[in-house]
Write a protein that binds this ligand. Sequence first.
Ligand code: NAD
Ligand code: UDP
Length: 313
Amino acid sequence: MRAVVTGGAGFIGSHLCERLFDSGYDEVWCLDDFSTGRPANVAGLTHRRGFKLVQGDIVHGIGVAGKVDAVLHFASPASPIDYLKRPLYTLRTGAEGTRNALELAARNDARFVLASTSEVYGDPEVHPQTEGYWGNVNPVGPRSCYDEAKRYAEALAAAYVRERGTNAGIIRIFNTFGPRMRAGDGRVVPNLIRQALTGDPMTVTGDGSQTRSLCYVDDLVGGVMRMLGSDIAGPVNLGNPHELSMLELAEWIRELTGSTSGITMIPLPEDDPKRRRPNIELARTKLDWQPSTSVAEGLRRTIAWFADAPSAP
Ligand code: NAD
Ligand code: UDP
């Protein structure tokens, strides 16, 4: 069995490559341009038989010859600071990159899984978010390059299912965290952990009352594997419904690290969603999946990883 993972050298993608081997895949191809991922994330796999790491931008094509059984499409900038720096690249990756990945799956009659995002719900007016909610996205705001790229990618996957009969499934991933996030990638968990460990002020945006629901990466990858093993088109929400405010999160991380850092309030970025919580009934009933790692346990493991890798970029 051969799987292709686009964005496989990134945070989630690298955990997924490992899990594919553990689940019986004997060949895993990891396609990545190392724009936000890095070879070090898959260093543990490079000597493994059946693992292939290919550097290249998937917008320019995906050159994989031979039979492919699964395509897991995870390539895309994901952190706001990454996609805000490169809006056009983000849109092209979501559009042309997704089309190239879908073509590979369609050519091979392979199962295709699209890593979409809770960002398709924008600043949601429905809470918690169910898959039936169409979202509230500002189409021209700074985050639109990411949100609309993912919405287009979903539309493309749905069209391949309808017109070409491709076995494609969409997952909407809610905020996920864990080891191998870049310390400097700007997302809230690595930022706060890095600041707490170095004694720097911990930055919380706005008044810190905005919420997110955080899922530990091992749980999330379990959900991706369930989606891969199904023939459900979705979309299916994957996330941990444990919702907390960003101020609570900062206080929690401070306590878990034993840090004496202060908490500094900084301006809320434009269009920052006020709340986020997945309704995961569909994942529970159709995929028999739900997260099993508590947020506290996930944070402990992530803190331990960052403490051991202080020079992580
Ligand atoms: P990440 O930045 O660590 O990983 C993305 C990977 O894709 C990187 O290795 C990057 O180098 C690669 N990449 C980006 N554009 C590419 C291109 N054009 N060609 C080849 N490689 C390219 O981010 P992540 O958090 O691991 O996110 C992985 C996927 O999951 C993304 O599609 C993201 O939108 C989705 N997602 C993540 C979260 C989360 O909380 N982490 C939430 C929702 C959705
Ligand atoms: N955030 C914060 N401090 C930081 C970085 C982010 O309070 O140092 C906030 C951010 O404004 C948002 C939330 O934390 O309200 C989650 O941000 P992240 O970038 O991790 O994910 P996203 O906004 O894409 O859900």
